[in-house]
Write a protein that binds this ligand. Sequence first.
Ligand code: UFG
Length: 341
Amino acid sequence: MPHQKTVLVTGGAGFVGSHCVAELIARQYNVVVFDNLQQGHRAAVPAEAELVEGDLASHAALARLFSTFRFDAILHFASNSLVGESMRNPHLYLYDNVVNALNLIQAATENGVSKFVLSSTANLFGMPDRMPIDENTEIDPGSPYGESKFMIERILHWADKVHGMRSACLRYFNAAGAHPDGHLGEDHDPETHLIPLVLDVAAGKRSHIEIFGEDYPTHDGTCIRDYIHVSDLADAHVRVLAMLDHKSCRYNLGNGRGYTVREVIETAARVTGRDIAVKTGPRRPGDPPVLIASSDRVRKDLGWDPRFPDLETIICHAWDWRCRNPDGYASHMTRELVGAS
Ligand code: UFG
């Protein structure tokens, strides 16, 4: 029996957002996606969800949205989310990300929305020297991007104190993979993330992958990251909605296991059966040597248990999506045009 709860998903046409939309629909929620489609893809939004094209910077668009629908909860993904870009253009992050979130949070509290889930980031922790990183690790953002997410976490803290709006701040480690059924995946422009870039090389779209530094204090000299399957992230978002009636919370989301850049490349070569050419370059400024999550708290509180914890499965799903959609979501349009002719 559908429970008829309506959830607003900002940025629901993006990578993590679209997987959360799919999970919400599978669990019988009504979903409204609000996305300006600058980075998101219309084709990533299923027919069961209502897509409203708009920008969080526009008070008028938000007023229209909240007068058209009544939301039980909000999942907020829409933001600029590139660490490197934030170091070159902090304003896009410290102003746009924060002001857009403020506009949304104000509309939410004025309209009596009682639950809010924020897509936050491990970049909040900067370069910690102790692993794994749990929720008590000192906050020391590694970039204007991480700082902007921390500022939004603080705004949500006060929205709870003042208005009683409960919030969950979910700090992802390295989101990766694709929907196991192959209909959703990762398609950024420009692409900067390791796994999709490595798969571009496997697919013959790039000549090589550049490793950003081989002189880190790790077993093979390359950076270690904790890759978490995007569907496991989606599962955590939907689980947290159910317990948000009681109190606000913050969770770190990762598998608790790290892989080096070289191990990612080797695994991708095995999964795809292709050679992956590698060149070594200098370190990328701001990259911490190691980031590994402790997700004990979310496992205990929500019973969250990642279904796809191993790197091979994560890369296998990403490769499957890539093979079905060689041009990403643009492949959908090509298929529609061919189908219509
Ligand atoms: N890397 C390369 N070559 C590339 C791209 C990446 O060697 O061409 C390396 C990076 O140096 C890093 C690792 O691969 O060591 C992963 O890099 P990504 O760019 O895929 O991801 P990041 O760890 O830099 O950042 C990700 C998200 C951020 C988030 C952060 C939190 O993209 O939004 O995790 O840990 F803030």
